[in-house]
Design a protein around this ligand. Structure first.
Ligand SMILES: *Cc1c(COP(=O)(O)O)cnc(C)c1O
Length: 466
């Protein structure tokens, strides 16, 4: 399978290079040249597969020439075998036509483990095979960082640098990153917001000399391999509810648009996905876009669902590319406009096409807490603020005839304060993480400038090579 850039100015490359490159040199995002298609019969036959086998079945067409189905099955077993639920991504009925898929049984208690645990293994295998060394650089609003560090610690052929906004992630989130002490792991607390972190990472990737010299690579949600690994659980849930013979809708707490975009790809591959309903907090750039067709960036507001405190949903560019019939010139134009004017508008027919599949819901912190309380009263389930926004989204746009599956993206113990305020219950960390709050931390606070980060990386990598 070859991959092309949404901006059209980089040449097509193979999976192995997409895995390591992250962003395309022209600033675009890689997408497969075409989406593999499964027939109804093929989808029906997937019902018999374990999560590991299903993962290999879904991913193999995307990794041809790099990883075989057998290699993928092995990696999936290693990646998900240690998760603390045997179903890996269990589905629970919560109400009439309402289900929740719990995606927090990995090592860092958030859905990002589902992609990163296997993508880390892909990195390791490919780097060892090609005898290369890379520098992974990422920005995190909380959960990506710990999941990436957890997936990459101890990989001998890479160093990993993760920027998080200083004092803007929860203590549990910070500790999950900073207590993993490994010689190839560097935590940077940036004096800025998540968008500042993301802007610096993008800036360093855009610096061709720096990128080449340190073989920069990304594991944030712009990396295609992560999207690919996330497609699996959409199939997993829909199959359990009767796909391909029954449609299913998904409600997804959304920030960078990576998770929900995987749901869109699942639909393109033949899964009968009816609606994709995105939930956001007061950083509501996507619901506003769905109302008006104008993508307009505003200031980031801190919320009780910090992993969604984002005003630039990078992966939306992939959807735009599809909805503009893969017209890279138009995509580049809109992205340039967004960069300089902080806003762009799509034509009415493009917006209509997007609305046929996507709806969006915004939740204030007060509404989110009310939702947490409501779910607890109605179903006895304690959910985290991000997942609660997913429930709010399902409630607003779910249809009676089509089952709705809410993606629960984090374990409630990652966000104990709002959960306690809403329910009176303090969710406890699973026992395998019980020493988290007392472990030693290691991180460096740095000013919000590209140069400071550049210098830090240069010094650290040099030290590591010596
Ligand atoms: C990252 C994250 C999200 C947002 O996912 P995107 O793929 O960025 O849209 C939602 N909830 C939690 C708990 C997360 O960690």
């Amino acid at each position: 399978m070859k991959y092309i850039s949404t901006r059209g100015k980089s040449s097509a490359i193979e999976f192995e290079d997409v895995l390591l490159a992250g962003l395309a040199p022209d600033g675009g995002l890689y997408v497969p040249e075409s989406y593999p298609q499964f027939t109804k019969e093929q989808v029906r036959n997937m019902r018999a597969l374990s999560y590991f086998e299903l993962a290999a079945e879904i991913m193999a067409p995307f990794t041809t020439g790099c990883l075989t189905k057998a290699e993928l099955t092995d990696m999936a077993k290693q990646a998900y075998g240690g998760f603390s639920h045997t179903a890996v991504a269990p589905l629970k009925q919560i109400g009439n036509g309402l289900w929740v898929m719990e995606l927090f049984y990995g090592p860092t208690l958030a859905f990002k483990d589902y992609a990163l645990q296997i993508v880390g293994r892909m990195f390791d295998a490919v780097l060892k095979r090609t005898k290369r060394h890379i520098t992974i650089l990422g920005a995190t609003s909380g959960d990506t960082g710990s999941a990436a560090i957890e997936a990459c610690k101890g990989c001998s052929n890479l160093d990993i640098f993760i920027l998080h906004p200083h004092n803007r992630v929860s203590e549990v989130q910070r500790r999950q990153m900073t207590t993993t002490i490994a010689s190839n792991v560097y935590n940077i607390a940036l004096e800025g917001t998540f968008d500042d972190c993301q802007a610096i990472v993008k800036g360093l990737f855009a610096d061709a000399d720096f990128r080449e010299k340190y073989s920069l690579s990304a594991v944030n949600s712009i990396n295609w391999a992560r999207i690919m690994a996330q497609i699996v659980y959409y199939f997993h849930a829909a199959l359990a509810l009767g796909a391909p013979d029954r449609e299913v809708s998904f409600a997804v707490p959304t920030g960078n648009f990576g998770n929900i975009f995987a749901g869109y790809v699942a639909k393109r591959m033949g899964l009968p996905v009816k609606k994709l309903i995105l939930g956001s907090n007061e950083n509501d750039i996507l619901p506003r876009f769905l109302e008006t067709g104008v993508m307009e960036k505003r200031e980031v507001k801190p919320s009780i669902s910090p992993s969604m405190d984002i005003q630039v949903s990078s992966n939306f560019e992939r959807l735009l590319f599809e909805m503009l019939d893969r017209d890279a010139v138009q995509v580049s134009g809109l992205m340039e406009m967004f960069r300089y004017e902080k806003s762009y508008q799509v034509k009415q027919d493009t917006l209509n096409r997007i609305r046929e599949i996507f709806s969006g819901v915004r939740c204030s912190d007060t509404e989110t807490k009310a939702q947490i309380e409501k779910i607890y009263r109605a179903a006895g389930e304690v959910v985290d603020p991000h997942s609660a926004i997913g429930f709010a989204a399902a409630e607003k746009f779910g249809e009676k005839k089509v089952p709705s599956v809410v993606l629960a993206t984090a374990h409630p113990s990652k966000f104990p304060v709002p959960v306690r305020e809403a329910t009176g219950i303090t969710p406890v960390l699973p026992s395998r993480l019980s020493d988290l709050m007392t472990k030693r931390e290691s991180f460096t606070v740095l000013p919000n400038t590209m140069d400071a980060i550049k210098y830090f990386i240069e010094t650290a990598v040099k030290k590591d090579v010596e």
